[in-house]
Design a protein around this ligand. Sequence first.
Ligand SMILES: [Zn+2]
Length: 181
Amino acid sequence: MSDYCSNFNKGLLNDIHNNYHNYTYGFPENNDNKLFEKLVLEINQAGLSWEIILKKYKELYKAYSGFNIIKVANYRNSEIKELLENKGIIRNKLKIFSIIYNAKVILEIQSNHESFKLWLDKHSFLNIEDWIKLFKTKFKFTGYNITKEFLLSSGYIEGAHKKNCKVYKEILRKCPKWYKK
Ligand SMILES: [Zn+2]
């Protein structure tokens, strides 16, 4: 999504992107479930357009219990079967199993580090290569692009918005981790 902000400001994207570009992309999150949501959306996006993800957002939200980490981590076979059969979402077995696995990992992180956010904050000094190594050892389905996009979208690395975008200043006011360095 390296041109996402530029394309938005050039008017090349349709209205479905307004909310995401103006209020979500690149904004730091204080809530672990919101961070999990961003990770889930990025995993779902792999190989698809971001527009598909935004179009399916409501269905994804419902299907993954509002991106509640505890609920997703505890999905039983019947709930997994429902996800696999849900035509409203992205029915990719590997993505679905990875998301549930990652929810379990985040629960573990929460019990060892107080919160997913604090754990991410603690690693905010890392460069992108080390972030990717860290995510590869911890999570599933988090390759280079997915990890990078997740970090961009949640304000851990710089570059979601161009400096001349009006959202850039908004985000600076929220003190994203990349800006504090
Ligand atoms: Zn922008």
